[in-house]
Design a protein around this ligand. Sequence first.
Ligand SMILES: [Fe+2]
Ligand SMILES: [Fe+2]
Length: 139
Amino acid sequence: MSHIHWDDSYSVNSGLLDDHHKLLFNLFNRYCDALHRREGIKALADLFAEVIEYADTHFRVEEILMQRSGYPFIKSHKQAHGFLLHRAQRLLARINSGDQVACDQAAEFIRNWLEKHIRGVDAQYAPYVAEQLIDDVAV
Ligand SMILES: [Fe+2]
Ligand SMILES: [Fe+2]
């Protein structure tokens, strides 16, 4: 699995949310490095848990901003976040039980999520989430 690099095609027109996404890309790249170096289940589980934890925080910030901006499709977007976290937790449980296949599947899962969710789902709120709404929810 190769690294992914953030570029403008991933931008959601918000410096804060773009920074969150860039950090998720970095975590994914670290996960890939650990996978290639065969660092072992524990290291992979820790990194994947970090992805999940950061994503959870990021999702909450996105949801607050969507709420404040009157974004009309917040319900389905929140469902998509819930679905991603649920799938991620299930994969993490398999990794923690020593399932090597799940380690590879997790890399594929994160990559798909970053490429498809940001460009396909997050991109839809970009015109609604104005920068001035962001100041007091920055994390
Ligand atoms: Fe996002
Ligand atoms: Fe999202």
